[in-house]
Ligand binder design. Structure first.
Ligand code: SF4
Length: 251
């Protein structure tokens, strides 16, 4: 009996500059997986929350193509190969979503059987650890969010975040914490404490949330400074960084 070929649901593939975290400004190929396990109040990729029927690919030479979902591993590998060939400034593939770890089994097969020609950065909400051990050998950098309950409505994400971050030990990792005006101080303290314990040495980016259009800030300077001070009392390398791509109006 032959098993079904591995397939995945994606929403878009395009090249741009990374707008977040320690690789901000780097040219990357964004491979966006469709479907997410949570619903953040300020989700910035609402079109990728569910398994959409099509994936749009914008090639670096200006062509675009639409693929029906799900895509086979071979199709995705060929798209990534072609994009990297057309744009030699692409330094990394950003595996993003939605939440890519929802499709962890596909990820581990793709990265082991047909790895991209450049290193991979995994952008994740860091809540799904199942399958992570098989994915990590194909990942150079992990960009992990800590999702505060006031933003997601998730009950007690702490143990899930702890397990995920601890599994990432040995892989380059930075952590982002999106905050808005309503973010409670005790949530920030608890999250920063968790990062310090589970991912010692990792940089923590306090990320002021902006609305999708504008951009307009969802937090004022005074509150942002207060929350950053709380975070830095637990994590020595705490930085404040907005989403650069929204500031300069790119994807
Ligand atoms: S984890 Fe990401 S894709 Fe999922 S709801 Fe939050 S912001 Fe949106």
């Amino acid at each position: 009996m032959t098993s079904a070929p591995p397939v995945a649901y994606l929403s878009e593939v395009f090249a741009s500059w990374q707008g977040e975290g320690s690789r901000a400004g780097q040219r990357q190929l964004f491979v966006r997986f469709a479907g997410c396990n949570i619903r953040c109040r300020w989700c910035d990729t609402p079109d990728s929350l569910t398994r959409v029927p099509y994936c749009r690919v914008d090639y670096p030479d200006g062509r675009n193509e639409t693929f029906s979902n799900p895509l086979t591993l071979q199709t995705l590998a060929a798209i990534v190969e072609e994009c990297c060939r057309l744009d030699s400034s692409i330094a990394m593939v950003a595996i993003t979503g939605g939440e890519p770890m929802v499709q962890a089994e596909f990820l581990s097969l793709w990265l082991s059987q047909a790895p991209p020609p450049v290193g991979c950065l995994l952008e994740t909400n860091a809540l799904i650890s199942q399958g992570l051990a098989a994915v990590l050998p194909g990942i150079e950098v992990v960009s992990a969010d800590v999702k505060l309950p006031s933003n997601t409505g998730e009950d007690e994400p702490w143990d899930r975040h702890r397990t995920f971050l601890e599994l990432c030990r040995g892989t380059e990792l930075y952590v982002k914490m999106p905050v808005d005006q309503a973010t409670a101080s005790d949530e920030v303290a608890r999250a920063a404490e968790l990062v310090a314990a589970a991912a010692p040495g990792a940089t923590l980016f306090v990320q002021p949330i902006t609305e999708a259009v504008g951009p307009s800030w969802c937090i004022d300077q005074e509150r942002l400074a207060r929350l950053a001070a709380i975070a830095s009392s637990h994590v020595r390398d705490t930085r404040v960084l907005p989403q650069i791509h929204k500031l300069i109006g790119i994807r």
